[in-house]
Design a binder for this molecule. Structure first.
Ligand SMILES: O=c1[nH]c(=O)c2[nH]c(=O)[nH]c2[nH]1
Length: 328
């Protein structure tokens, strides 16, 4: 009898191993991180590629693996990694969301002791190359304009929850932004700015109330376009932003109006500050010429403006605590 068997033999038949302890797990889960994969679909001379980085996580219905070192129900993280490659080979990779659904459904149906499967996926931003305006058959360029990510959580007996997002979308505009009339007290040194640079690195993450008829690729592009439209406005005149907060809200509202299946969207727009260089101490420069040409990019500290906007009729389901009522 090994040590584990001896330990288990001391338990009464109805006793769970964790009843031995005065502590309980709040959460458990194990999986493989950074599983990288390039998938190529060859349609004659035209090729399509998806490069993904996948993280998997499985939660079992017992904790005996953690508590007593009994590994008999463990799907090794190495096997989870192999599953990612095998399912990609067998079924192909379309969107991160659909591949995440495929993987989580597989883990639940293949292994009865798995209670929850979570798969997080990031997609590399490969774009087809163009030469003389003609799309190339098989050459691609990595355009890290933003990163697409998704996570699918599938709990046994429940519907899969799909979360999608984009991050790292850096934008700047050189006018049509202001920040004025905020609290002016003994802590305030920032002057009212009726003209300033607005720059941010967009982070957005959203959930679907229903996945009926959702085209995940189209939805992702729609979110990016809505955010960029709300930020930039029409090409000739732009759109005025009185604050990052207001632009963030208008972007989120536009997204929810366009994608009816989306329940809520979280957005963070860090305010990347650019401060005008002070030329007043340079004798060669005229004192009265305002500087609106040379600025110091300041990465940190950055204002962090964030909000989650949801549909009123869905809010209680997603936010059990009464949501803050808008005063507007
Ligand atoms: O758009 C802004 N919102 C703020 O809350 C804020 N605070 C700050 O210092 N600058 C800005 N800009």
């Amino acid at each position: 009898m090994n040590n584990i068997e001896k330990r288990l033999a001391t338990l009464k038949p109805t006793e769970e191993p964790d009843a031995l302890l005065e502590f309980d797990f709040v959460d458990t889960g194990y999986g493989k991180n950074h599983i990288r994969l390039l998938y190529i679909k060859r349609d004659g001379p035209t090729h399509y590629i998806k490069e993904l980085e996948v993280n998997t996580r499985l939660t079992l219905d017992s904790k005996k693996d953690y508590l007593v070192g009994d590994n008999s129900d463990i799907v090794a993280t190495d096997s989870q990694k192999n599953t990612v490659y095998i399912l990609a080979k067998q079924h192909g990779v379309k969107s991160p969301e659909e591949f995440g659904l495929l993987l989580t459904s597989h883990f639940l149906s293949k292994y009865p002791r798995v209670m929850k499967a979570k798969v997080c996926i990031e997609e590399l931003p490969w774009e087809r190359m163009c030469s003389d305006g003609k799309p190339h058959n098989h050459a691609f360029i990595c355009t890290p304009k933003s990163t697409r990510f998704s996570s699918v959580t599938f709990q046994r007996g429940a519907l899969p929850e799909i979360e999608s997002g984009l991050k790292g979308l850096r934008v700047i505009k050189t006018t049509q932004s202001a920040f004025e009339h905020f609290i002016r007290d003994e802590f305030a040194t920032l002057p009212d700015l009726h003209e300033r640079i607005f720059s941010t690195v967009v982070y957005a993450k959203w959930n679907y109330a229903s996945t009926q008829g959702v085209d995940y690729d189209l939805a992702w592009n729609t979110v990016r376009d809505c955010i960029l439209d709300a930020f930039a406005g029409p090409p000739d005149v732009g759109v005025f932003s009185p604050s990052v907060q207001n632009t963030l809200y208008l972007a989120q509202k536009r997204v929810l109006e366009k994608i009816p299946q989306m329940s809520h969207i979280e957005t963070a727009l860090p305010n990347k500050h650019y401060t005008a260089i002070d030329f007043s101490s340079f004798n060669s420069m005229s004192k009265n010429i305002p500087n609106d040409e040379v600025f110091l990019p300041t990465e940190h500290p950055a204002g962090n403006i964030r909000a989650v906007l949801g549909r009123k009729n869905l809010l209680p389901q997603f936010f059990p605590v009464t949501p803050m009522q808008s005063k507007l």
